[in-house]
Design a protein around this ligand. Sequence first.
Ligand SMILES: O=C(CO)[C@@H](O)[C@H](O)COP(=O)(O)O
Ligand SMILES: [Co+2]
Length: 217
Amino acid sequence: MILLAPSILSADFGNLNKDIEMINQSEADWFHVDIMDGVFVPNISFGFPILEALNKKASKFKDVHLMIAHADEYIQTFKKLGADSLTVHYEACLHLNRTIQAIKSEGLKAGVALNPHSNIHLLDDIIEELDLVLIMSVNPGFGGQKFIENTYKKIANTKDLIIQKNSSARIQVDGGVNINNIKKLADTGADVLVAGSAIFNSENPLETIKSFKSLAV
Ligand SMILES: O=C(CO)[C@@H](O)[C@H](O)COP(=O)(O)O
Ligand SMILES: [Co+2]
């Protein structure tokens, strides 16, 4: 089954409970939560108070995408605030194996994200440890950007690597996912699709989620 994870980065923060409730009621599978620190990426999104508010209302799996430096320092806090999985960036972690072990030792699912320029074979020696490989299909930092076409090739290469290494990691694609590319992404081998602006900027987010789910099977 292909999972759909709406990114709350594009939600209405003046009316967050309404958007959380919409996702709770929808056919979406996960909440995707983008944490940006203004250091690793040139943008600051939101921090712990928003996560705390989300945790009170959200009834689905919370998939936290960390676009931050020094992720290790915050693992326990993210767990306390209800994160179910933590995904760190390859490019932001000097001691990636240690970081992944620390996430797993808290009982959380662990993922690694790769920027568009980073080759999947950077994960050769860690993919067996991972629950998730997040392929960025835009440069991280902002919602609403254009999908990078090279992503299809990268998904296929990731799939090959997962099979070769006998890894159980899921392949997640994040950035620029929309009604025009969601089927091809699913057909190419993506297991989890993140979508922010395509859902929240649509006229009827509930219906958009429904059609995304029916296209990505
Ligand atoms: O991690 C990120 C951006 O860095 C994403 O999760 C975005 O939030 C996706 O937004 P859209 O490209 O779907 O609008
Ligand atoms: Co993200």
